[in-house]
Every structure is written in C-alpha cells, then in structure tokens.
Ligand binder design. Structure first.
Ligand SMILES: CC(C)(COP(=O)(O)OP(=O)(O)OC[C@H]1O[C@@H](n2cnc3c(N)ncnc32)[C@H](O)[C@@H]1OP(=O)(O)O)[C@@H](O)C(=O)NCCC(=O)NCCS
Length: 156
C-alpha cells in the first residue's frame, strides 16, 4: 500500500535509499560518487525535503517500507523514487510512479519534470518521459552527480 510518509519512516526510507543507490546506481557512477551520495546514514535528508515542500510517500508491504517517492507540486517536479533491491522488478516502482503522476494531474500540472539519475533514464523513458537536458546535483560533501533532465506531458 502507498501512504504519506511520516517522521518515523525516515530511517527506513534512508535504508531503502542507500541500498537502492548501492545496488542500481553503481552501474552509472563511480564508487567515490556513490559513497558521497549514499555511503553514510542520513535520515535527516527527509526532514530537509519535507521543509522544501516535497510530498513524500512510502510503499509498504506488511508494514515494511520497500519504496519511497516524492513530488514537489509547486516546482512541478518528481523529486525521487527508490525501490529496495530485494523488491525490484515486481511493479512497485511503476505503481509509485503512477501514484505520483496522478497526484500531479489532480493538481492540474501539465508537464511533470524530473532530474533522473543516469541509471533510471530508461525506466522513465519507458513511462513517457523525454530527455530535455543534463544537469548536476551537488551532494552535501561537494561531489557532483550527473543527472538527466526529463519531462512528461500530462493529460488532464
Ligand atoms: C528504477 C526503479 C525505480 C524501478 O523500480 P522497479 O520496482 O524495479 O520497477 P518495476 O518493477 O515497477 O518496473 C516497471 C517496468 O519498468 C521496467 N523497468 C524497470 N527498471 C527499468 C530500467 N532501469 N530501465 C528500463 N526499464 C525498466 C520493467 O521492466 C517494467 O516493465 P513492464 O511494465 O513492461 O513489465 C528502481 O530500479 C530503482 O529504485 N532504481 C534506483 C533508484 C534510482 O536511480 N531512482 C531514480 C532517481 S530519481
């Protein structure tokens, strides 16, 4: 089931994030980048995201967080989507993506944007996003992570 994340989920979300980044993103980034991005537990990132206006959701199975996704409706941006490696390939990422897209549509957003990590570009392309540019995300340790700007037109 998908529900809104609350503060008590942040540690589990951080674990999903770091496991997912270490499993999937190592295909596209070197170990220094992954270490800087996802090497150290930092559940506080979700407090910051919350303060920045991101709506954060978790997908749970028997009460355990196995995926999280977030969207910033003011910025028309899907901010993040991560699935636990043990639960990947079961349609969970797609369900969360569709849930977030539905949130955007119900907020009358016409174009949903995302800065995708390199490894997830083909996933988003498969789900209607097109590439519009390149950018960099700087981690709190000052390491740049190359990402791909993408967008998907939404029909109301
Ligand atoms: C990308 C990710 C979210 C996919 O989640 P998932 O639950 O394993 O994917 P699903 O099982 O829902 O797959 C849905 C469909 O997308 C396809 N798909 C999954 N990952 C894909 C990928 N990397 N490239 C292309 N297609 C992909 C599946 O084959 C499936 O196709 P189908 O509907 O035709 O059967 C997950 O691998 C992940 O968390 N990756 C690392 C995190 C990340 O980089 N997030 C992006 C940062 S914004």
């Amino acid at each position: 089931m998908i529900r809104k994340a609350n503060i008590s989920d942040y540690t589990a979300m951080d674990e999903v994030f770091r496991a997912s980044a270490n499993a999937f993103c190592t295909r596209s980034y070197n170990s220094q980048v992954i270490e800087s991005w996802a090497g150290t537990p930092w559940p506080e990132r979700f407090h910051e995201n919350n303060k920045n206006g991101d709506d954060q959701y978790v997908f749970t199975i028997n009460g355990k967080v196995v995926c999280f996704g977030s969207i910033n409706l003011e910025r028309h941006t899907l901010v993040s989507l991560f699935v636990s490696p043990e639960q990947s390939g079961k349609g969970i990422g797609k369900s969360m993506l569709e849930f977030l897209v539905a949130r955007a549509i119900s907020s009358d957003i016409l174009v949903l944007k995302i800065d995708s990590s390199l490894n997830a570009v083909s996933f988003y392309k498969r789900h209607g996003f097109i590439e519009t540019g390149r950018s960099n995300y700087r981690t709190r340790n000052g390491v740049d992570i190359e990402s791909v700007q993408m967008e998907r037109k939404l029909s109301l």
